[in-house]
Design a protein around this ligand. Structure first.
Ligand code: SF4
Ligand code: SF4
Length: 296
């Protein structure tokens, strides 16, 4: 899979927030309403929610095989306890009525237990409890995923769906791939920004929002990716907004818009619409259109 641009004209934009609850997904969806000629990709594979607004018609479903999980076969196990002693993740437990079992949520798939078991009573298999989809939506094609609880390798899954989104953009002549990025700075976030053309930061005017966006800026700086920012609900805490603006200035990150708090944002979500669809004349809708023009 190629991480960079697939075609001469196609650009990839990743929208990040550093934390959940900033309104990133609703802003991504609103941008989708005005973008046109784009393929969308929900990179927040651990808690995907873009599909709730996009109302996708699934065209393709694929299984994603993540990490290994070990299983102890009771009928072959001699209860020697060697695997219990070796598991560094404390994933192996004694059953109350005798025998041992692997807690699937704690198992990291290192397969050491399988190797040390003297009677080959342990086998490991890759989990197939993860899926990714290609869907048709009113905004355009959406590539999205669903990871099972406690599943691993979200970074790999993000790479896989981003790669497919870029292929679709190339096949259909779309000008943009727009990624709704995951919160935080973990594997999935790293995978989401690697090779993207630009990052749009959605910042909430709270101290935790500022703290988290600083960590994201550190991350994207290490990849030398140009970034832009919007402050969402700026009017709920103007003092912190000043701190955010100072931070953005110091880091040469252009602030594209300050979006006001507007209860119509929530109303539009409840209606399964973006704010641009719900009220195209609202102040936020107008600003979203300006943001997209500037990003383009
Ligand atoms: S695969 Fe590794 S983490 Fe999982 S039970 Fe075996 S030793 Fe523990
Ligand atoms: S090492 Fe093998 S035989 Fe020993 S307790 Fe574990 S599964 Fe059973």
């Amino acid at each position: 899979m190629t991480e960079g641009r697939e075609g001469a004209d196609m650009k990839e934009i990743t929208i990040l927030s550093g934390k959940g609850g900033t309104g990133k997904t609703s802003i991504t969806a609103a941008i989708a309403s005005v973008a046109g000629n784009a393929v969308f990709c929900d990179n927040d594979v651990d808690a995907a929610d873009l599909h709730l607004i996009f109302n996708p018609q699934i065209l393709e479903e694929h299984t994603f095989f993540s990490g290994y999980k070990a299983t102890i076969h009771d009928d072959e196990c001699t209860r020697c306890g060697i695997c219990y002693d070796h598991c560094r993740f404390d994933a192996i437990h004694y059953k109350e009525l005798g025998g041992l079992y692997v807690n699937q949520f704690q198992c990291e798939g290192c397969r050491l237990c399988e190797r040390v078991c003297p009677v080959q009573a342990i086998t490991s298999k890759r989990s197939d409890n993860n899926y990714w989809f290609i869907s048709d939506t009113r905004m355009g094609k959406l590539v999205h995923a669903k990871m099972g609880p406690g599943e691993e390798n979200s970074g790999k899954l993000v790479s896989e769906i981003r790669g497919r989104a870029k292929e679709i953009a190339k096949e259909t002549g779309a000008g943009y791939v727009i990624n709704d990025g995951p919160p935080g700075i973990g594997c999935a976030a790293i995978s989401s920004v690697t090779g993207t053309d630009t990052v749009l930061l959605v910042i909430e005017p709270t101290h935790s929002g500022l703290h988290d966006i600083k960590r994201v800026v550190d991350l994207i700086d290490s990849f030398k990716i140009p970034s832009f920012a919007v402050i969402n609900k700026y009017d709920i805490n103007k003092e912190v907004v000043e701190e955010i603006e100072k931070f953005l200035n110091q880091n040469n990150i252009p602030l594209l818009a300050k979006l006001p708090f507007d209860k119509q944002m929530v109303e539009s979500m409840v209606n399964g619409q973006t704010i641009v669809e719900y009220n195209p004349d609202s102040e936020i809708s107008q600003k979203i259109k300006e943001v997209w023009e500037k990003i383009k």
